[in-house]
Unconditional design. Structure first.
Length: 138
C-alpha cells in the first residue's frame, strides 16, 4: 500500500493494523500447532495451566503470559478501530480474550493429533472468526 491507493491517508495504516493482527493470530495458531507436533514444548504450555491450578507461582507465570498476549491483541484491535479498519461492535478487550481462547482451543486437538484439524485449517478458522468479529459496519 502506498500513496497511490484509494484513500491514501488511511489505507496504508489500515492494512498495517490488519496485517499485524493476522500475523499475531496466525503466529499463535501455527506456533501451537508446531509445538503440538514437536511434543514436550507444547505439553509444557498445557501443563502450565494444569499446575497453575494448584501452584501459585506457576499460576502467576501463566497469567502473566496470558495477560501479555491479551494486551497485545487488544492494542492492535484498538488501533484498527481508530483507523476504521475494524468495526467497534465488540470491545477490544473482549476480542482479545476470545482470540486467545480460540487459539488455545485449537491447540488442544492439535496437541492430540486430531486428524480432523490441521494447522492450516486451525489458522483459517481462527482468522475467519476474527474477520467476522472485526468487520466494519457497512
Amino acid at each position: 500500500m502506498n500513496e497511490e491507493t484509494k484513500d491514501s491517508a488511511r489505507t496504508p495504516g489500515r492494512a498495517a493494523v490488519m496485517a499485524t493482527l493476522m500475523l499475531v493470530a496466525i503466529f499463535a495458531v501455527i506456533s501451537a500447532a508446531s509445538l503440538a507436533y514437536a511434543g514436550p514444548a507444547f505439553r509444557l504450555w498445557i501443563e502450565s495451566w494444569h499446575f497453575g491450578i494448584r501452584d501459585a507461582e506457576m499460576r502467576a507465570d501463566a497469567l502473566r503470559d496470558n495477560t501479555a498476549w491479551r494486551r497485545l491483541v487488544a492494542e492492535v484491535v484498538r488501533r484498527g478501530i481508530e483507523l476504521g479498519t475494524f468495526g467497534s461492535t465488540y470491545d477490544p478487550d473482549k476480542i482479545a480474550v476470545l482470540t486467545i481462547a480460540a487459539v488455545d482451543g485449537m491447540g488442544i486437538p492439535l496437541s492430540l493429533a486430531d486428524p480432523q484439524i490441521t494447522p492450516a485449517s486451525a489458522a483459517q478458522d481462527v482468522m475467519a472468526a476474527l474477520r467476522d468479529m472485526l468487520r466494519p459496519a457497512r
